[in-house]
Design a protein around this ligand. Structure first.
Ligand SMILES: [Mg+2]
Length: 396
């Protein structure tokens, strides 16, 4: 019994909408959605519970949402506020235990195995604090592993019967009852079962997770290979993955020291371009977005300045980072001034969100990629041995 873990999964209910209601309490009880505009192929990022009654769902095209709910109020979104509220929640959770794995802006796992209080007491305490001190509704799932805890949260939300206000659910799956809890649920409730696998399973007359457990493991392996084995394990509620507590980068930066001092504006801007592209690539690889862009310039006399700017929306888009860095550069640099080093950095990092805001710049990005590539190889040919330095400040 000693080795049984106690995992809490916490998920804020309609998080963006809850923050919007703090900003503007008159939104309470009204159908509204945060997202892009319906005539610009916008998508619903989050919708209030009253909007859900009309069938509005997140990730749905806004045009469709407006058809379902003609009185739907559309809010463009205040990302900075979401990010701040998220930090407050995560900071609070880290006060409870250092065993916290944040999995998105509004979701986290806590491993509370080593804490003296019961899981239920902890969940009630956490929910009460987040409700009353941070004014945010949240639901919590409790189980012996991450897989089942997360499904327990979703189950709690749905079975709460609250459709016009946030569910604020707490659902506990006692150890040993994982398979029983999962059995009646549809297979798509399992992590990793997308529409394709779901169709595949339905063709084999497998609809519920319980159906899945009736298929011998060997047959699952024959049908789906390695994935079949994993699926078999998950269907039985088995999941040994520990929390991932890797230290998150707080900032990402890169700088270039020129082999000779540079006065040529075009070369300086090409350098910013190249660094922005590499930073963007690193952000995308880590599924992160940044809100603050900064630039560092060193003059031939070794004096160094930095300038930074916090944007309205988080981004990992190379062109947005580039444009902000170039803007900062132009404010700090006078024509003809020699530069010894240029650095670009980003901070205010948070997990990537549905990309509602950068849709158009992504299109522009594709177009400019060719131009950019040739600019980069040109500058490489010209200056050869740049000294490149990557920087990453770690949270510790
Ligand atoms: Mg949520």
């Amino acid at each position: 019994m000693d080795n049984i873990r106690r995992i809490l999964h916490i998920d804020l209910d309609a998080f963006f909408c809850a923050v919007e209601e703090i900003r503007d309490p008159s939104l309470k009880g009204k159908p509204f959605a945060v997202g892009g505009s319906p005539d610009q192929r916008g998508v619903v990022a989050s919708c209030s519970y009253p909007a859900r009654k009309f069938g509005v769902r997140s990730a749905m095209p806004m045009a469709q949402a407006v058809k379902l709910c003609p009185n739907l109020k559309i809010i463009r979104g205040h990302y900075h506020d979401y990010s701040q509220a998220s930090h407050q929640v995560m900071d609070y959770l880290k006060e409870i235990t250092d065993q916290v794995e944040q999995i998105s802006i509004d979701e986290a796992f806590l491993d509370v195995s080593s804490l003296p209080s019961s899981s239920k007491d902890l969940a009630v305490r956490i929910q009460t604090y987040i409700n009353s001190e941070l004014n945010l509704p949240c639901s919590i799932g409790i189980a012996a592993n991450k897989l089942v805890a997360k499904i327990a949260t979703d189950f709690g939300k749905i079975s709460s019967g609250q459709f016009d206000r946030p569910p604020n659910a707490i659902h506990i799956v006692p150890p040993g009852l994982e398979a029983d809890f999962l059995a009646p649920l549809p297979v798509k409730a399992l992590w990793g079962v997308g529409p394709k696998t779901e169709t595949n399973l339905k063709e084999k007359n497998i609809h519920t997770i319980g159906d899945l457990t009736k298929i011998p493991e060997m047959e699952m392996i024959n049908l789906f290979g390695k994935w079949g084995y994993a699926l078999s394990q998950r269907a039985r509620g088995i999941d040994d993955r520990p929390l991932s507590l890797k230290h998150e980068a707080k900032s990402i930066s890169q700088e270039t020291t020129f082999a000779q001092n540079i006065k040529d504006e075009e070369v300086l801007i090409d350098t910013i371009d190249r660094i922005a592209r590499q930073i963007s690539r690193r952000l995308i690889k880590k599924n992160l977005q940044a809100t603050t862009v900064r630039i560092k310039l060193r003059w031939p006399d070794f004096t160094t300045i930095t300038r930074q700017l916090t944007a309205a929306h988080p981004t990992n888009d190379q062109l947005v980072i580039r444009d902000e860095a170039v803007g900062l550069f132009h404010k700090a640099w006078k024509k003809g001034q020699a530069v010894r080093l240029i650095g670009v950095g980003v901070s205010g990092l948070a997990p990537e969100q549905l990309d509602l805001w950068n849709y158009q710049s992504k299109l522009a990005q594709k177009k400019s990629q060719q131009q950019l590539k040739s600019a980069i190889s040109a500058i490489r040919d010209k200056f050869g041995e740049d000294v490149l330095k990557w920087g990453e400040d770690l949270d510790d």
